[in-house]
Design a protein around this ligand. Structure first.
Ligand code: ZN
Length: 91
């Protein structure tokens, strides 16, 4: 597990118990390591949590709500897609 993955996982875990109250208006910052930073909002989709662009609400990707064994790859994919989306749509 890389430092970046630890950081986002820690952030996710820390936020998880308050997620229901904070809702989808909170922008999550995925950062750390050498990959570009990304910004997303999280939306409860049952077994999957949906990540959306904070600026246009387009769905970026999703990850296992129970933080299963694929969480690291799922977060990395969302991060890459969010960064690509930002460059293509908002710059
Ligand atoms: Zn967007």
């Amino acid at each position: 597990m890389t430092t970046a993955e630890q950081k986002i996982r820690k952030t996710l875990s820390h936020k998880q118990d308050r997620f229901q109250h904070e809702g989808s208006s909170i922008v999550r910052w995925i950062t750390g390591g050498t990959a570009p930073d990304a910004y997303v909002t999280f939306h409860n989709g049952g077994p999957k949590t949906i990540a959306r662009c904070p600026k246009c609400n387009q769905e970026i990707g999703d990850f296992d709500s129970n933080y299963g064994p694929n969480i690291q790859g799922q977060i990395a994919e969302i991060r890459a897609k969010a960064h690509q989306h930002e460059n293509e749509r908002h710059q």
